[in-house]
Design a binder for this molecule. Structure first.
Ligand code: CP
Ligand code: NVA
Length: 329
């Protein structure tokens, strides 16, 4: 496939124009149709990619792997304990070595500077599969899912409720501002996003017509929302913060009362997953024993309700990541 994005990395959505983001989503829609029709689409036959994971993953790892196989690409998974990166070899040297062998590199991990370093030195496209600061491939899937369920992105009202300064909130903030959404964050003041990011979003908004609202007033934030989005309260790498976050975010749980407050009977519920919506996980069970909570960021009732489009988001990770690889390789 001939592409204007050939050779580009994807570290944050800010690397791309709104038109390029839309192209990625539109391409993902085409790939989804091909996949559903069972039509082969081995558009990158013979390529090899490295999948670097410092943090655990279900969706991102599987999306890259399946998308790679569908495109005719050979993926190689390299977990935290499989390679020398960090312990015996620098980011720069690792990037140079991997770039000599692979056609593209996915990285999931802690410091955003690591993915930037890989992109600087690899000489091949590097895709951010999540860092402490950003999760851009997730946003592509979320926007694709919103288009499927609500419609055109411009003017659509999306509310992120919860930890307003985590990688998901940051990425949704910038992406929404680029694509012209009416984007709101409802979070306690101490978890508001970084001011430089809000300023960057407001710059994007001037061009796109987006609206950006950051507030701790939940009722005001969710009024008339097309979609409510939440994420876990404690992100990977912050596991010592449960007590503090539960205290801060208890009132920000997405439950049926919040859904009703939107006054929109068909409001959508979104989550990047994994979600603590019941006690069927080790952590979920521990939260019940320790804090008496049946669920954290979203109730089981909302998670399983007609409002919820979370598994469409999860599936669309694969189609969007496929588009990213096909257009940049
Ligand atoms: N949403 C997401 O990135 O899921 P994983 O952590 O399972 O990859
Ligand atoms: N904020 C979450 C997102 C997981 C997909 C984390 O970083 O753990």
């Amino acid at each position: 496939m001939k592409s204007q994005l050939k050779g580009r990395s994807l570290l944050t959505l800010s690397d791309y124009t709104p038109e390029e983001i839309q192209l990625l989503i539109d391409t993902a829609r085409q790939y989804k149709k091909l996949k559903q029709a069972g039509t082969p689409h081995r558009d990158c036959e013979g390529k090899n990619i490295a999948l670097l994971f410092e943090k655990t993953s279900t969706r991102t790892r599987c999306a890259f792997t399946v998308a790679a196989n569908d495109l005719g690409i050979a993926p190689e998974f390299l977990g935290k304990n499989d390679i020398q990166l960090g312990k015996k070899e620098s980011v720069e040297d690792t990037a140079k070595v991997l770039g000599r062998m692979f056609d593209g590199i996915e990285f999931r991990g802690f410091a955003h500077s690591t993915v930037e370093g890989l992109a600087e030195h690899a000489g091949v496209p590097v895709w951010n599969g999540l860092t402490d600061e950003f999760h851009p491939t997730q946003i592509l899937a979320d926007f694709m899912t919103l288009e499927e369920h609500v419609g055109e992105l411009r003017g659509l009202s999306l509310v992120f409720v919860g930890d307003g300064r985590n990688n998901m909130a940051n990425s949704l903030l910038l992406g929404s501002a680029q694509m012209g959404l009416d984007f709101r964050i409802a979070a306690p003041k101490s978890l508001f996003p970084d001011e430089t990011l809000v300023a960057q979003a407001n710059e994007f908004a001037k061009k796109s017509g987006a609206k950006v609202t950051i507030t701790d007033d939940i009722a005001k934030a969710v009024a008339g929302a097309d979609a409510i989005y939440t994420d876990i309260w404690v992100s990977m790498g912050e596991e010592d913060k449960y007590a503090e976050r539960i205290e801060l975010l208890r009132d920000f749980q997405v439950n049926m009362a919040m859904i009703k407050t939107t006054n929109k009977p068909d409001v959508k519920f979104m989550h990047c997953l994994p979600a603590f919506h019941d006690t069927m996980t080790e952590t979920g069970l521990h939260m019940k024993q320790e804090y008496g909570l049946e669920a954290l960021e979203v109730t089981d009732e909302v998670f399983r309700s007609k409002h919820s489009i979370v598994f469409d988001q999860a599936e669309n990770r694969m189609h969007t990541i496929k588009a990213v690889m096909a257009l940049t390789l």
